[in-house]
Design a protein. Structure first.
Length: 285
């Protein structure tokens, strides 16, 4: 497997000195995603390359499954018959074989993944209707209930569980916690979308979705496309170290998700779904 970090020679310069040294960087490399499935307008099964995404190697199976889930190509783990890793023409390759009852619109899927693999999950779309992104499983109102002290502790727990970030300082992270702040799982990647797709793909394959008590924490900002991925996974609470966008807050509010931003330095802002956050007086009881 391709390593997630690489040693590179550098020239280290200060105001007074210059010396040769070595640095450790996060690897960014292409991953080809291939789907084998029944397709609209085709006789029988077809194998089609859906696209290439740039990612940090590692957890590639989960990345491919999570991306297909986020884009609605699959709706459950049972839709996936096999996931195989190998070498492609451009680098790594993951081949996902879908069940006979899954019918794929390859044209739509290829267009969706071409957009999803860009830096913005909705760039190029003519319009965005936040009401159209309903989660497959409705979110239970007010569940889970989370104490502010739990939210305060998530950023430190996330940072402590980022091994490659600790080495390189270059990766985004996404993690699932329970309502008490216990870490369930974490994934890292140079792309924040990839980190969430890896995490959701792992949870889907492990049978942990939907989870009405799940809390998603991301190491950067909360953009529209990340909230959309969380809603697709029916995750009721999303916490970000950075800021959300206005459209992300609008999407979360439209579908009953709790969206928290700036969760650092013993404070945070709640942009949607404040009913899931216990007020300090309640939390002290």
């Amino acid at each position: 497997m391709t390593p997630s970090t690489a040693h590179v020679p550098i020239r280290r310069v200060t105001d007074e000195t210059a010396s040769d040294a070595e640095d450790l960087l996060a690897v960014e490399a292409p991953l080809e995603i291939v789907v084998v499935a029944r397709a609209r307008g085709e006789a029988g099964r077809v194998e089609r390359r859906l696209g290439i995404t740039m990612r940090t190697p590692g957890h590639d199976r989960e990345l491919a499954v999570g991306l297909l889930f986020a884009e609605g190509v699959i709706t459950r783990a049972a839709d996936v018959v096999a996931v195989e890793e190998g070498a492609g023409a451009s680098g790594g390759l993951v081949r996902v074989t879908l069940g006979d009852d899954v019918l794929v619109d390859l044209g739509r899927t290829e267009r969706a993944l071409a957009v999803a693999n860009a830096s913005c999950g909705v760039c190029g779309k003519a319009s965005v209707d936040v009401a159209s992104f309903a989660p497959p499983a409705p979110l239970a109102p007010g569940v889970p209930r989370i104490a502010p002290r739990v939210v305060h502790g998530l950023a430190a727990r996330l940072r402590a569980a980022q091994p490659v970030f600790g080495q390189t300082g270059a990766l985004h992270a996404a993690a699932l916690f329970d309502a008490g702040g216990a870490l369930i799982d974490l994934r890292e990647d140079v792309g924040r979308h990839n980190a969430v797709d890896k995490l959701v793909g792992a949870a889907l394959l492990a049978g942990r979705l939907p989870d009405p008590g799940a809390v998603l924490m991301v190491s950067g900002r909360a953009g529209f496309e990340l909230v959309q991925k969380a809603l697709r996974a029916s995750i009721p609470v999303m916490v970000a170290v950075g800021a959300p966008s206005s459209l992300a807050a609008e999407l979360a509010a439209a579908h009953g998700m709790t969206l928290v931003g700036f969760a650092r330095d013993a404070r945070f802002n709640v942009y949607a779904g404040a009913e899931r956050i216990a007020v300090p007086a309640e939390a002290a009881r």
